[in-house]
Design a protein around this ligand. Structure first.
Ligand code: SF4
Length: 377
């Protein structure tokens, strides 16, 4: 059986953050019940044969899935269990924002089988939160973590953002030290990136916001890895750190090129060769699903060549790297040649050990550039 995941995209947020390019709509919460109905419909009528897959993860992302009520969550899980065999699911994650993760809801989710919470903390500094236009405060974040722990969540992941204007290592380390006081099992630490189409992009382009230089960003990246490793959270992916054995299984499906289904607007699915994605617009999604049409906007079939390049690109993001034996036979020697040439250029940043190609902690900073050198033309 091939291990696989299920992703549900919940596209509602209370407000849009200035840096965010995930698909979500703000101040349209009145549409949530209608969306849930459409989602149930989409799940129920999922057409493809997925025999041979064994679902071991479910991930509710968004958007702000913590706006889902326990009753709605129960309906979604029921629909999934009626359409798919989810009896082997070992990791059921919900992303939650501190302002919408109250004690009662957390207890109810836990009772419904949610066993992993991913909290969008972003910073423990209220000035930073205001800059990011987050609507919660550091006090809300502390309360949400404590509530989650008392509701019985053992697996708690906290998202943090660094590389903010004027943020040096001392300031960023304060955030890391604060989050470690709560002993989460997993941390996602993302560099603030400027995505096209976001308000942050306009502010940076207008010169109103000055982000750290590349050298400053590299120092933060390096010291973050050192600090978290020293504290028992080794980096297992460029932006992700975990207690051993507490890595996010669902995201590992993506990085290991394993299959997954996706439901909701903008959600992607992948079967190992074919990738498809839903329309990235709530109104279109509702219209299509409510008229019993597929929400899929487009599909691409990856050539063996493209699959290989994806395995290299995603694999180099992971501390475990990728296995040469996973590359189809006729391309393996070519990839080995590229790796050997890459090792001459990148020296200690790139390791080939037995069957495994991986980056060292220092090499992770150059993962994109190294991937380009190793990928097939
Ligand atoms: S809450 Fe999350 S998904 Fe919603 S706008 Fe902010 S960053 Fe994006």
């Amino acid at each position: 059986m091939i291990k696989a995941g299920i992703y549900i995209h919940f596209p509602f947020c209370r407000a849009k953050c200035i840096y965010c390019d995930f698909y979500s709509v703000a101040r349209q919460e009145q549409l949530i019940p209608r969306f849930i109905e459409a989602l149930l419909n989409e799940i129920e009528h999922w057409p493809s044969d997925i025999s041979g897959w064994q679902f071991d993860t479910i991930f509710f992302g968004g958007g702000t899935p913590s706006l889902i009520t326990p009753q709605q969550l129960e309906q979604i899980l029921l629909a999934l269990s009626e359409r798919f065999d989810i009896s082997a699911v070992r990791e059921l994650t919900i992303e939650a924002n501190p302002d919408s993760a109250d004690q009662d809801k957390l207890h109810a989710w836990r009772e419904l089988g949610v066993n992993r919470l991913s909290l969008g903390i972003q910073s423990f500094n209220d000035d930073n939160l205001r800059f990011l236009s987050r609507i919660h405060t550091a006090v809300d974040s502390r309360a949400a973590i404590i509530s989650a722990q008392s509701a019985g969540f053992e697996d708690i992941s906290c998202d943090l953002i660094y590389g903010l204007p004027g943020q040096d290592w001392e300031k960023w380390r304060n955030d890391l030290q604060t989050v470690l006081e709560f002993e989460p099992t997993h941390l996602s630490c993302y560099t603030l990136t400027v995505e096209n189409g976001t308000r942050l992009h306009d502010l940076v382009a207008a010169g109103s916001v000055l982000l750290p230089s590349d050298d400053e960003g590299a120092e933060l990246f390096r010291r973050t890895g050192e600090f978290l490793t020293e504290n028992g959270y080794p980096r297992y992916e460029i932006s992700n750190f975990a207690r051993p054995g507490k890595e996010c299984r669902h995201n590992l499906h993506y990085w290991r090129i394993e299959p997954y289904l996706g439901f909701g607007p903008s959600a992607h699915g992948f079967d190992g060769r074919r990738r498809w994605w839903n329309v990235r617009n709530l109104a279109n999604y509702l219209e299509l699903v409510e008229s019993d049409q597929s929400a899929i906007q487009a599909t691409e079939v990856l050539t063996v060549h493209e699959q290989t390049n994806e395995r290299i690109g995603f694999g180099l993001r992971l501390a475990e790297g990728f296995k040469l034996s996973a590359i189809p036979g006729k391309l393996r020697s070519k990839v080995l040649q590229q790796v050997q040439q890459g090792a001459m250029k990148w020296g200690n940043y790139l390791k080939l050990e037995n069957d495994c190609v991986r980056l060292t902690e220092k090499g992770m900073l150059y993962a994109d550039a190294i991937a380009v050198d190793l990928q097939l033309a």
